[in-house]
Design a protein around this ligand. Structure first.
Ligand SMILES: NC(=O)c1ccc[n+]([C@@H]2O[C@H](COP(=O)([O-])OP(=O)(O)OC[C@H]3O[C@@H](n4cnc5c(N)ncnc54)[C@H](OP(=O)(O)O)[C@@H]3O)[C@@H](O)[C@H]2O)c1
Length: 359
């Protein structure tokens, strides 16, 4: 029965009551709608989330709140500053270690997908990398993940077998240990029947900041970048763009399932990179082209591995650069940076020998 009101005052009291009820109902409905939206998001468990590749993916997910995905940050230190920052921004943070298979299974539980990466330079062991990749594949299978991106690399021995004497065999069974172990690990994901996209990444331009590869003073006092690449192209990428491309792959759904995709931001020769340095830094930077033998002999930890890696990229340029098309990477990540864009943003972070800089 409809309410009947005796007077104007009573009528307006009744109206107010109805409006209040309606507002309460709408607020409740809105809350429920939000709850459904959150629980509908596909959770991506991100290995290496506080690092370069994984961090880019977490930021890409957080930057797109209506994109249908939620980020789960895997870290060995949930109390660390980076993990706390991500938690503040809305990511779930869980403790996991790729060397602890149980922790991986727990961390993957209930997720839709995972981004898997290993950390060669933390231990220099391809065998350890392979064990970690296997543990991630096993955990992905056990938890029924529907899409895994495995950040891999070429097993260079498919192009340069151990019998190829152009470059030395290292540790008895590798040409480029930090790439070969990743490539050899691909089968763990396929053997386990994990729906996987195999992501071939490129040289991070961030190595000019963090890996000691920035311009250095030569015997002539001039700044130079040093690579054993001859006049061949070195595909490179802003590390942050790797995660953004990975996000693009997850968003495409089934399109790249079971496929290998290769990404780079720009493929440039050493001379071309030096020209961009010269332009953006406003001081001359040269390209110091050395032989792979000389590079292997530089003596820093991993110099032989990197010397072989650059030689592989040089000697198999058609395959290596040919596979990495920046236009494809841009289709996954429309804000993909060129080297010029990256350097313009990061020029002040590159450690420069000021004596040389002013020479
Ligand atoms: N540099 C290049 O040009 C380049 C190019 C292509 C590929 N790569 C490959 O990229 C890989 C490294 O990826 P990245 O650069 O993203 O790494 P990164 O920036 O060094 O970050 C590593 C992160 O992973 C986490 N981590 C380290 N060990 C872990 C473990 N045992 N279990 C769980 N998490 C661990 C750490 O987080 P917590 O401390 O929070 O746990 C750390 O923040 C290497 O294998 C390298 O070969 C490098």
């Amino acid at each position: 029965m409809a309410a009947s009101f005796q007077s104007t005052d009573e009528q307006s009291d009744g109206l107010r009551a109805m409006m209040t009820l309606r507002r309460r109902f709408e607020t409740h409905a809105e809350k429920n709608k939000r709850k459904v939206t959150v629980s509908d998001r596909k959770v991506i468990a991100v290995v290496g989330a506080t690092g370069a590749q994984g961090g880019g993916l977490v930021r890409a997910i957080l930057d797109d709140p209506n994109g249908g995905f939620a980020a789960r940050v895997l870290t060995r230190d949930a109390g660390g500053a980076k993990a706390k920052d991500f938690a503040r921004l809305g990511a779930e943070v869980v403790t996991a270690d790729v060397d602890n298979p149980e922790s991986l299974t727990k961390a993957f539980e209930g997720a839709y997908g995972a981004f898997c990466v290993t950390f060669f330079w933390a231990h220099f062991s391809p065998e350890k990398e392979m064990a970690e990749a296997q543990a991630m594949a096993v955990a992905a299978k056990a938890t029924g993940l529907r899409h895994v991106i495995w950040s891999t690399m070429e097993d260079t021995r498919q192009w340069a077998p151990l019998s190829d004497n152009r470059m030395p065999t290292l540790r008895g069974k590798y040409k480029v240990p930090h790439c070969d172990g990743k490539g050899e690990s691909n089968h763990f994901f396929t053997d386990a029947g994990v729906p996987t996209t195999f992501l071939l990444t490129s040289f991070y331009w961030d190595n000019f900041i963090h890996f000691g590869m920035g311009p250095k003073r030569g015997p002539d006092g001039k700044l130079a970048i040093t690579f054993p690449m001859g006049d061949k192209k070195l595909p490179g990428i802003a590390a942050e763009d790797i995660g953004k491309c990975a996000y693009g792959i997850f968003k495409k759904g089934d399109e790249f399932m079971g496929k290998t995709v290769a990404i780079s931001g720009e493929n440039l020769t050493g001379a071309q990179m030096a020209a961009v340095f010269t332009e953006i830094l406003g001081r001359e930077v040269r390209y110091n082209n050395v032989s792979p033998e000389a590079y292997r002999g530089f003596g820093f930890p991993g110099a032989d591995d990197l010397g072989n890696m650059f030689q592989f990229k040089r000697d198999f340029e058609d395959h290596y650069s040919g596979a990495r098309n920046p236009d494809f990477a841009r289709s996954l990540n429309p804000s993909l940076q060129s080297f010029r864009m990256w350097l313009t943003q990061n020029k002040n972070a590159i450690p420069l020998d000021e004596a040389a800089a002013n020479a």
